[in-house]
Design a protein around this ligand. Structure first.
Ligand code: TXA
Ligand code: MG
Length: 323
């Protein structure tokens, strides 16, 4: 059921979390499906409702930097506080060596934990009311595009899940996931916070995870996800896209930054942007379109997080299914 984010409903949702349930929670990036980090039953339930592989760890969402530090190994508190002062609350998830007390259901048995302080008022109010952090992956069924509205969550996870309605997500793509060393930073998943922002704020070079070992460090990046049912094709040039568009007999979707001339009259044309991409991928499925063609010209190709999700939706650079 979709719930208005009233004080009463937030209190009720905290009760559900304490009792081992899960709640759909809005954040500024995408909606999450949250469980109390103190409830093994709730954590287990996340994996069941999502159909998520057990080896894929969860992000812990906190309402204060102190809560984040409690989850991290002592020697990493100062690193975490420094990053928090620069980027939190916000769309940056930090992977650091974990405190011994963190449940292996959260870390999937890794020695690290991922933490983020979301900016969304409703997420913060829920965590504060609960009195402890929540673990929350994106609230899509594994393999589907992440949800950016409460309706998307109900569509994927079913009517029995209660979802606090925080409106459409303003960012619309997941957080940037970084692995922190004492004075190193590696991007495990590009997201709303760019490498330039990180480099500038930290004052040292920020690496990108490319090696096998780095990717093993972030299990979720191995899986195919963000994918609608219909095929997604990325085109670099307008003429290439137009040729391809005219080869379909059934209606297709065309996503481009600027409006397009000369498309087949049956094509559904939509603007391409970070904040609407997942909703558009879902809409194409709802309309049972034959394909989604995306114009990825040079300007779009410079948008790292958007290109990362589009490439995954198009099925490249991935193995197996889902998260
Ligand atoms: O914006 C977001 O990050 C959203 C909202 C709900 O906060 N959450 C999200 O969670 O996208 P999820 O579970 O869909 O993606 C989390 C990613 C996965 O690729 C997972 O493997 C990685 O973070 N991750 C979690 N814990 C990790 C850890 N200890 N080490 C490395 N990677 C980790
Ligand atoms: Mg996800």
């Amino acid at each position: 059921m979709i719930l208005a984010p009233t004080t009463d409903n937030i209190t009720t949702c905290a009760v559900v979390l304490r009792a081992g349930g899960v709640i759909g929670m809005p954040t500024e990036t995408v909606y999450g499906i949250a469980a109390s980090i103190q409830s093994d039953e709730g954590l287990q339930r996340i994996f069941e409702v999502k159909g998520r592989p057990a080896d894929n760890p969860l992000i812990v969402h906190v309402a204060s930097v102190d809560e984040a530090c409690e989850l991290a190994a002592d020697e990493y508190h100062s690193v975490l506080r420094k990053i928090a002062a620069l980027f939190w609350p916000g769309a940056l998830t930090c992977v650091v060596p974990s405190a011994k007390t963190v449940s292996p259901r959260i870390t999937a048995g890794l020695s690290t934990v991922a933490v983020r302080m979301p900016q969304h008022n409703v997420a913060r109010a829920l965590i504060e009311e609960l009195g402890c952090p929540v673990a929350a992956p994106s609230a899509n069924r594994s393999g589907r595009p992440s949800p950016t509205t409460a309706q998307h969550v109900v569509h994927d996870l079913g009517p029995t899940i209660d979802v606090l309605d925080g409106g459409p997500c303003t960012i619309g793509l997941e957080s940037t996931v970084i692995q922190l060393g004492m004075d190193t930073c590696t991007i495990l998943r590009p997201g709303a916070v760019s490498r330039e922002q990180l480099t500038q704020a930290l004052g040292y070079a920020v690496d990108e995870a490319t090696s096998h070992d780095d990717l093993r460090a972030s299990p979720g990046t191995r899986y195919r996800h963000y994918a609608p049912t219909c095929p997604v094709v990325l085109c670099e040039h307008e003429d290439q896209l137009l040729r391809l568009a005219s080869s379909y007999r059934d209606p297709i979707m065309v996503l481009s930054e600027h409006p397009f001339q000369n498309l087949p009259h049956t094509a559904v044309a939509s603007p391409l942007s970070e904040s609407t991409i997942y909703a558009e991928l879902r809409r194409a499925d709802d309309l049972q379109l034959a394909a989604i063609l995306v114009l990825c010209d040079a300007a779009v190709q410079r948008r790292e997080a958007l290109m990362n999700r589009l490439s995954k939706a198009a099925g490249s650079g991935s193995h197996g299914v889902s998260q």
